[in-house]
Structures are given as C-alpha cells and as structure tokens.
Write a protein that binds this ligand. Structure first.
Ligand code: ARG
Ligand code: ZN
Length: 854
C-alpha cells in the first residue's frame, strides 16, 4: 500500500468516503502563547478492509506522543509529510480503538489567523475551511462528523467552546457538544471578556442563555448585535420553523479576523466590526450589515451545522442558502424593494465582475487548489440568486414544502447539491436536470430581447448566450425565469407580473388581446442573474422610471438611463439631458420612499461604467470615466439645485438616533443630496455637517465630499483626535482617505498612510481599509503609470508571508486587468508576474495569480 500524497489540485470527481468511523472527539487544551498543549482522543472504528489511517496535520504541529489504546505506536509504522500523518494499516487494531495524540503549538506566532491564534490577548480559533489541522492531527473534512467533549485550561477568566457548559472552576472549563459536527465548526475562546447577556425561550420552551462577549469597555456597543440575534432566532422559528438546539448561544467579537464571521456550533466568532456599533462610531450601513451577518451566522445553525456539506465543492449548499435566508430576513425587517436593489448592486459589482474575468467559476466548482480562494461572490451571492430562481420557478408553497423535506430528510447529514435539488424534485414533481447547470456552469448569461407588435399582440423574442469562461468554452442553454409585466401608454399596468420560463437558446412569448402597444417591464425583481440587452430609447426608459409598478424594474430603468448617458459621455459624446430631467421628477416625488429616491439619485460607480463599456466592446478609460461621472453629477446638481437643497434641509431625523429603516432612509436621501450639492457649493454644507452631525452616517458622507474637494484636512484631524484609540473608526479613517482621494493623488495618499506607525498592516481590517480603499478608487488604482498596481503588488507580497488568505483575497483587485488598454495591461501583468515569481509564495496567492495571468 502506498501513502497518498496530497494532490495539488483537488477534484470533485475524486470524492471517496473516509474509510473509518469516528464516534467521539475529546480535546484537552492547556492554553499558552507558546507551547499550548493539545491532547486529543479519537474513538475510531476501522472499516472491513485494512487501510492506512491518514490524518491531516502539518509540520507546524509538534507531536510529543502517539498512542493507540494507551500504547505508543511503533515509529516504524508512522509517516509524516508537510500536510499529513499516516499510521500504517499494519499498526491498527481490527476492532474499535482510541487514538491519543499530544501535540504542542504556538498561537502567538500564528499570524495567518487560521487555527488557534491570539488576537489582542484573546485566544480564539478559525477552523473553516481547513484550520483544525493546525490545532491537532485529525480527519479534517466536513463529512466526518462527531460529538466533541472539550476541556480548556487557562488562567484567563472566560473559557468558551461549542455546545453546553459542563463545569467551570479553578481555571478549568468543560464543554460538551451533543450535536455531531465536522471539525471546521469547532471553536474555542479564552480571554478577559465581558458579556452583554439576554435570554430567549424557543417555541417548544427551551430557555437559551444568550451572550455577546466583548472586551471590557465595549459593552455599550454590543446591544444592537444582541437585538439582532433575538430577532434572528424569532424569524427562523416563524418563517422556517427552525428552533435553536442548545442551552447557550455565545457570540464573541475579536479584532483580528480574516473574514466577516464564523458559525461555529453555539459559539459564533465575529470580526468586531460586525458586532460593535454606536451612533457615533457606526454608519447606517454598518448597522444593517451587523443585523444581516448576525442573522446569517445564526441561520447557519440549521443550514450549515445541522445539515452540512459533504465536501468543500458543495460550499454553496450552505452559503448560498444561508445568504438567501439572511436576505429574506432583511427584506422582512426593512424595505423589501430597497434590499433587493442593494443586493443586485452587490451582485453586479462583485459577482458579475468575477464572472467576466479570469477568476470565473461555477457556484459549485469541480476543482480547486486552495479552498479558501473559493469563498467568493459566486459561491455566496450567485449561490443565493440560484435559490431565488428555484423559488420563483416552484412558487412559495413548493419552496416551503421542499425546505421542510430538506430539513426532515437531511438533518444530521453532510449533503450535496444533488441532495438539495432532489428535495425540490420530490416535493414539487419538477425535473431540475437543466436547472442544475446554474450550479455547474460559470458565466453570466446575456439575454437579448427584441419585440414585435402586431394586431394587438406583443411578442418578446429572447435569445440567451453565455460567454466562455476558463475551462468551459461551450455553454448549453439554461432555464431562465423572466418576470414580465406590461405598462400601457397612459402609465397604467395592463398585465401584472408573470414568470416566463425560457429553456431554449431562442424563445418567443406573446401577450395577446392588447388595445394599444404597451411597454414591457422585463426581468422584474431581477428574476435571474443575467445581463439583459435590449434596444430601448431614453424616452421609454424615462417612461418606465416614472411608471413601472415593480420597484426594481423602475430603479433599473433609471440605472439604464444613467449608464446610457455616462457611457456616451465617457466616449466623448454629449448626453444626459433625459436622465437629468427624469431623475429630478423622481427625486421630488414625495410619495416615493426616500431610500428608493436616494438609490436612484446615486450615479452608477466608475467600476460599473467601466464594466458596461467593456461588455459593449469599448476599452474603458478610467480617467475619462471619472470625468464623465463627475461632470454629470455637477449638471444634476446645477439643474436641481433648489430641490436638492430642500431635500438636504428637510430630510433630517428628529430625536435620538435610531438605525431603523425609516430613519436610515431619510438620512440616505439627505446625504445623496449632500453629495450632489458638494459638486457646486464648494463643500460648505459638508463642512458644517461634519462639525455638527451626531451620527457617523452623516459625518462619513460629509468627509467624503470634503476629501473629494481636497479640503478634508481639518475634518480628518478632528476625527483622529476623537477616535485615535477606536480601531474600527480608524479603519474608516484610513479607508475613506484613499477611496475619496482625487485619483491623481490616490497612490500618494496610500503611500503616506502606509508609512504611518498606526498602519497596523497585520490586522486584516486595517490592511483591507487601505488596500481595498485604493482598489475602490477606480481611476486611482488604474493610474496610467501603473503606480497603483505596483503599490498593491508590493503590499500583497509582504502580506503573503504573514497571512496568505488576506493576500490572496486582496489580489482580486487585479481581476479585471485584461479589459484595459495595452499600456495598463503591461503594467498589471508586470505586477502580477512580480508576485508570481516571489520565492515561497503561498499556495493561496499562487493559485489566484496564476489563474489571473493564465
Ligand atoms: N462560513 C463563514 C460564513 O460565511 C465564512 C468563513 C470562511 N472562512 C475562511 N477562512 N474562508 O459565515
Ligand atoms: Zn456563511
């Protein structure tokens, strides 16, 4: 028998079940910054055939002893390489046995924040996807599920792990998790922490203690997270019939965290920016995001933990569904229309962008080198869109039946996308073979529409075509649900929304018996994640913006009008008058939701304009785009000066700050007006507002205006004086300076900030603030001289040696490089090749860079 070497490329087709059974895991951990002792006992049962026992665990684990049923394993039967520990079959009993290991690790030296690490004196863990193997030797794969019993030893006052507490005294805490789980859901926390506490009684009467653990002094900023948790628990009972299943639910906020948050069973660990909020430190956007992510992680208890993934190729099984659920939650608590528009904006900005470049991959990929590189907008956001389409196709009742069946049939399982689709087929009788392509095929389908009108019949002729993506040259037709309504010439709706099901490459649908030719409102609610190409004049778009009854389609009409103007302006043509007129009417429509008006007033970003140009065959010029956008904003401000000033003066919110949807909506319209007025008032309003505003939403909006005008210095100084010791506010302070810098200054500003002693670059939030801020400054990052690329490459290389996940993730700043002009492409390619040639480059960054220059 040979020892299997880990393959550099993992393939879905190679999946094999693990050939042992693991019935319990016992851990005993004595915490210390160096030489943490990890004692592990695994109760194992061999399968019928004698096979080697291969455990994950790399060179970083110092193995002190290895015993089977108390006896040391003969070293001649043990093999180690960089990633695994193998015990030869010859050394294994043919009956159930206990394997015990004694391993030592150094959390203090763990700068990659994967496994067990220290964050500001707090011991914590991050095990998804493959972090547990940095703690001990283990079958670190999601289909190996077992109960965990954990003993923690430390002088620190708070010692937490998964499940229910068994006992805690004299520096020893024991935890028991009765729900079988894979190792990626394991967590421990030890630190000097304080809790904001509450309780929740589930509908079957289980009393649950709730705690949000933060550092002493942060309690007054943890209340909103707790409210959000309680709202999430109630919502999941009401809407999905899902109850919580332990006696305690703990949330811990830590400052150093690679991602947003993590759904460890009964012990969610969060990036502190997604827990801590107060009106003077957090924006409305932050509050909305905290509420959504608290919900997301909580919802994982059923969609992720009780039902997990068989292997990491199935990641979207839990992530797509859980994003879909948190989106539903936010639309129920806030405005459904506004939430849908926000989600589609994110989808387009992040997922369509990914799908159009060298990093395109299907929601369920079938190969990867480093799974951490696949926590992407495609897996999460497109994964959620695919579920939205399923629901649209089978209807609300069909969806509810399918979900009940999913929970019934698969509770306790490590499941697959095939299992997921099968419950929909069984619950609704529908064949989903063609639908499955949404999971297996990459790329954003382009839907084109042509219309004919004859004898009272309007016919919509659609074609679908998906451009090639890496490894997938040909794309068969998909099932596309196209929601359509018709608006009559007088502005009344003459046909309510109906979902057309397109299954062929070309297909036509007719609406008969119409008196006069209506305007079709197509892809209502963004009923499928496709790009719609349709010949429509600006007057018709303005008509839909004024009359469409579907809020998404109405917003979309305004968006198309803006993009039509902006792309013409960026090509040097004259355009925009229709948009300016139409947008004024909408902004002044007192019957419309202020948040909706704000969304319509915000011009598409430079990145979105670049994408539109690229997909319609024009090489985007970042400087021309920036000028076109600034110029159009100025014209809007000039044309609607009085209206905008009135909105700015009246859309205030009386009384104490509240992050609720109505108050946030008024503020969003007010700051949309402020941003436009800043184009013509020299920034005077922003200067005043920054000084007097009692909330961070308005202060950040004002600061952005001032920075764009090059007059932000005193505001920056004020903010710094007030919040120098608040890491989250200082992250904003770093980020906005780069993001809102005039493009020609952006790289210089980034360089200056990077040289500051408080640029604590090993902290992921701080690094992301600066590098992400530059990437978000489109014309700054894509500076013609390549300086933005070079600066970013230098920092990615530096970060890669310390924290490969963060370096790899931030490398996506480059993912659109092939669409720019030859000079920029040369600079970008040089930067990427410089990274690729770095000695010792991590697998994470190597995979990303090689896909981008393939
Ligand atoms: N499962 C987490 C969430 O979506 C994300 C954790 C990802 N972590 C990572 N290192 N890739 O809520
Ligand atoms: Zn998730």
């Amino acid at each position: 028998m040979s020892v299997e070497k880990p393959q550099p490329v993992q393939h879905l087709a190679d999946y094999r079940p693990w050939p042992f059974t693991l019935s319990q895991t016992r851990l005993d951990v004595t915490l210390a910054p160096r030489d943490t002792v990890v004692l592990t006992e695994l109760d194992l049962e061999p399968s019928d055939q004698p096979v080697d026992l291969v455990l994950d665990g790399g060179a970083g684990l110092r193995l002190q002893s290895l015993r089977i049923d108390g006896l040391t394993v003969d070293p001649a039967h043990v093999l180690r390489d960089d990633e695994t520990l193998t015990i030869r079959a010859a050394a294994l009993p043919r009956v159930p046995f206990t394997l015990a290991t004694d391993v030592r690790i150094d959390p203090q030296d763990n700068t990659a924040f994967e496994g067990l690490y220290l964050s500001g004196g707090i011991f914590c863990t991050q095990c998804e996807a493959e972090g547990f193997r940095h703690i001990t030797f283990y079958p670190d794969r999601p289909d190996v599920m077992t109960t965990f019993r954990v003993t923690l030893r430390s002088d620190l006052p708070v010692l937490l792990s998964n499940g229910n507490p068994v006992r805690a005294q004299d520096g020893v805490a024991e935890w028991n998790d009765p729900w079988p789980k894979p190792a990626y859901l394991f967590a421990l926390v030890a630190g000097d922490l304080v809790a904001v506490s509450d309780s929740f009684t589930t509908r079957s009467g289980r009393a649950v203690d709730l705690n949000v653990w933060v550092r002493p002094g942060d309690q007054d900023r943890a209340g909103f997270a707790m409210e959000s948790l309680i709202a999430s628990m109630r919502w999941d009972e009401d809407v999905y019939g899902r109850e919580y299943d332990l006696d305690v639910f703990n949330i811990v906020a830590v400052d150093d965290f690679n991602m947003g948050a993590m759904e460890n069973k009964g012990l969610n660990i969060f990036n502190s920016k997604l827990v801590l909020a107060s009106p003077d430190t957090a924006t409305d956007g932050d509050y909305e995001r905290i509420e959504a992510v608290i919900a997301h992680e909580y919802f994982h208890n059923w969609t992720g933990n009780r039902i997990t993934c068989r292997d990491w190729f199935q990641l979207c099984l839990k992530e797509g569904l859980t994003v879909f659920r948190d989106q539903q939650f936010t639309s129920d608590l806030r405005s459904a229309a506004v939430k849908r528009i926000e989600d589609v904006q994110t989808l387009r900005a992040r997922q369509f962008r990914e799908d159009q470049g060298p990093l395109a991959h299907p929601p369920r990929p079938d190969r990867y080198e480093e799974i951490n590189n696949f926590y992407t907008a495609t897996v999460y956001e497109k994964g959620a869109e695919v579920i939205g389409m399923l629901k649209r196709l089978v209807g609300d009742d069909g969806y509810a039946r399918a979900l009940d069946l999913y929970f019934d049939r698969h509770d306790g399982d490590a499941a697959t996308i095939e299992d997921w689709l099968k419950v929909f087929e069984d619950a609704t009788g529908r064949d989903l073979a063609q639908f499955k392509r949404w999971y297996t095929d990459a790329g954003t389908p382009v839907l084109t529409l042509q219309e004919t009108w004859q004898d009272g019949t309007l016919t919509l002729h659609f074609t679908q075509q998906t451009p090639p993506t890496p490894g997938q040259p040909d794309k068969p037709a998909r099932v596309i649900p196209i929601a359509v309504g018709l608006i009559g010439p007088n502005g009344d709706e003459v046909a309510p929304t109906r979902v057309l099901e397109m299954t062929e490459d070309r297909q036509s649908f007719s609406f008969e018996g119409l008196g006069a030719r209506p305007v079709a409102s197509v892809l209502r609610g963004c009923s499928a994640p496709v790009m719609l190409q349709r010949q429509m004049d600006d007057a018709t778009r303005a008509f839909l913006l004024a009359h469409d009854t579907d809020p998404f389609a109405r917003w979309e009409a305004g968006r198309e009008l803006a993009l039509s103007a902006l792309t013409q302006l960026a090509r040097g043509a004259d355009a925009g008058d229709d948009y300016i007129t139409a947008i004024g009417a909408l902004a002044g429509d007192a019957d419309a939701d202020p948040a909706f008006r704000a969304l319509c007033l915000n011009l598409p970003g430079e990145e979105e304009i670049a994408t539109r140009l690229a997909t319609t065959g024009t090489t985007p010029d970042p400087d021309a785009i920036q000028q076109a956008r600034a110029g159009l904003a100025r014209r809007i401000a000039m044309a609607h000066q009085d209206l905008l000033a009135e909105l700015y003066d009246t859309m205030t919110v009386p009384g104490a700050y509240s992050p609720d949807a109505d108050a946030a909506a008024r503020r969003s319209l007010r700051i949309a007006a402020l941003g436009l007025l800043g184009r013509i008032d020299g920034g005077d309003r922003a200067e005043v507002l920054f000084g007097i505003a009692g909330n961070m939403t308005e202060r950040m909006a004002a600061l952005a205006v001032l920075l764009r005008l090059g007059r932000g210095d005193s505001a920056l100084r004020m903010l710094h004086d007030e919040f120098a010791d608040n890491r989250l506010v200082m992250d904003k302070w770093f980020g906005i300076q780069v993001m809102a810098a005039p493009p020609s200054d952006a790289v210089a500003v980034a360089e200056r900030l990077a040289a500051r002693p408080d640029f604590d670059w090993k902290n992921p939030n701080r690094f992301r603030a600066l590098l992400g801020g530059l990437a978000a400054n489109h014309a700054g990052f894509h500076a013609a001289d390549g300086s933005g690329y070079a600066f970013t490459a230098d920092w990615l290389m530096r970060m890669d040696a310390v924290n490969p996940q963060i370096a790899a993730r931030m490398s996506t700043a480059f993912e659109t490089w092939p669409r720019y002009d030859a000079a920029r492409r040369d600079h970008a390619r040089n930067a990427l090749e410089r990274i690729a040639s770095l000695a010792g480059l991590s697998r994470n960054t190597r995979e990303m860079v090689s896909r981008m220059i393939a």
